[in-house]
Design a protein around this ligand. Structure first.
Ligand SMILES: [Fe+2]
Ligand SMILES: [Fe+2]
Length: 314
């Protein structure tokens, strides 16, 4: 099933914003620039909920040991065939019927074990990200909504959606069908992945070709790919960059380290600019800033109405 969505030209707007902003810029590891501060005052805090720097997977805390064990399991179990099976199973969209907002509330039951920074209800993370972006990019309403929905796929952890184990839902994602790049966190555990012994997957590009487009790349299964599937199959009118953010926001080897970049096509490269913008808010809004859910709910419900049907199949 293919759903064609309208695709406004967003490229100029990401550049416009940088100029309009007129503030200092922060160069992320991936080499793209996003504003570091703006007149509304959003600034990236230095430390996470646990007092460590963000995404520090090697700090020796109990939490970090749990995270490492998580990645060991993820790297062993996510194989090409596993992902193929998951995509077929969840493309049925036969698990639930509910609105986007109902899913936001449902997600409150979930805590993400793979995340070294976050230990609070997910709806706060969704709204913190969305509200921070809304302050800095007031005209990009599609980006506010993208932030609100980007983690909704974590409902896969709940019994009525599987439940799937954490390693099949959360954590950084990576392509299958080609060599595992060394920029993947805890790379050593890929040695035990059965795909490592398949010669067809052993080269840098494996079964893919340069410029083939990420659309055609099998990526490890989790909340990202699932939410992308749900949004697309339910006929969202979000622009392509919004869907790209949802699908690839955990693909840190690409958007932080530039690995696998040779697989992108032109549309991917344009969308990646917006993903870099988004990522700053995904990461740094995980702080003790509490958003009043009832106060902001009417705004987000108006966006949901604009870009989604009232009820979606999940
Ligand atoms: Fe996520
Ligand atoms: Fe997130």
């Amino acid at each position: 099933m293919t759903v064609i969505v309208s695709q406004p030209t967003l490229e100029s707007r990401v550049d416009d914003h940088k100029q309009r902003d007129g503030c200092e810029e922060l160069v992320l590891d991936g080499g793209f620039v996003v504003p570091a501060t703006n007149p509304s005052g959003f600034e990236a805090p230095q430390n996470n909920f646990y007092g460590n720097s963000f995404r520090d997977y090697y700090a020796q805390t109990e939490r970090q040991k749990t995270v490492e064990e998580f990645y060991r399991q993820q790297h062993i179990n996510q194989t090409y065939d596993f992902v193929k099976n998951m995509r077929e199973e969840y493309a049925k969209l036969d698990k639930a019927v509910m609105s986007i907002w109902e899913c936001c509330e449902l997600l409150n039951k979930v805590v993400d074990e793979s995340d070294p920074d976050l230990d609070e209800p997910q709806i706060q993370h969704l709204l913190q990200s969305a509200e921070a972006i809304r302050k800095d990019y007031p005209d990009e309403d599609w980006l506010h909504l993208t932030a609100l929905i980007h983690d909704l796929g974590k409902v896969l952890l709940l019994p009525e959606f599987g439940p799937l184990p954490q390693w099949a839902v959360v954590g950084d994602t990576f392509p299958l069908g080609c060599a595992f790049d060394e920029s993947n966190v805890h790379h050593k555990y890929f040695k035990e992945n059965p795909d490592s012994k398949n010669p067809a997957y052993a080269t840098k590009n494996g079964i893919y070709q340069d410029g083939c487009g990420l659309e055609n790349v099998m990526i490890s299964w989790g909340h990202d790919d699932y939410m992308y599937l749900v949004a697309k199959e339910n006929g969202t009118t979000l622009p392509y960059a919004g869907l790209f953010i949802v699908r690839f926001h955990s693909f840190y080897p690409l958007h932080k380290h530039g690995a696998y970049a040779q697989l992108m096509n032109e549309q991917d490269k344009e969308s990646l600019k917006w993903l870099h913008v988004f990522n700053k808010y995904d990461l740094y809004s995980k702080s003790k800033v509490h958003v009043d859910v009832e106060e902001v709910k009417p705004y987000y419900q108006s966006l949901i109405k604009k870009y989604f049907p009232e009820k979606l199949r999940w």
